[in-house]
Design a protein around this ligand. Structure first.
Ligand code: FES
Length: 99
């Protein structure tokens, strides 16, 4: 089991290697979505970019094509942005949601 720490929520939860950050958060009843996007999101299909996070620490795979497309307008300002529904947990990580 790996550990996934959420800085804003001040919570550390257990994660299965290979599941996404979104899947881990949902399984642990931790919301990663801001405001109305708790209800109105694409359910992890990479279409809405409401699950944007910042990876504070931990290794990840490179951004995939979905992330590059969905975050294209924001990556110049914040190149560390990722989509929680696309990033797999590969090791212990710390992330910041609602960015
Ligand atoms: S949940 Fe919509 S892009 Fe991640």
């Amino acid at each position: 089991m790996l550990e996934l720490r959420f800085t804003k929520q001040k919570r550390t939860i257990k994660a299965e290697k290979g599941e996404t950050i979104r899947e881990t958060a949902i399984r642990n009843k931790l919301s990663i979505y801001p405001h109305i996007f708790k209800l109105l999101n694409c359910r992890g299909r990479g279409l809405c970019h409401s699950c944007a996070i910042k990876v504070v620490s931990g290794d990840t795979e490179p951004k995939n094509e979905i992330e590059n497309q969905q975050l294209a307008g924001k990556l110049k300002e914040n190149p560390e942005l990722r989509l929680a529904c696309q990033v797999k947990v590969l090791n212990n990580m710390t992330v910041e949601t609602h960015v």
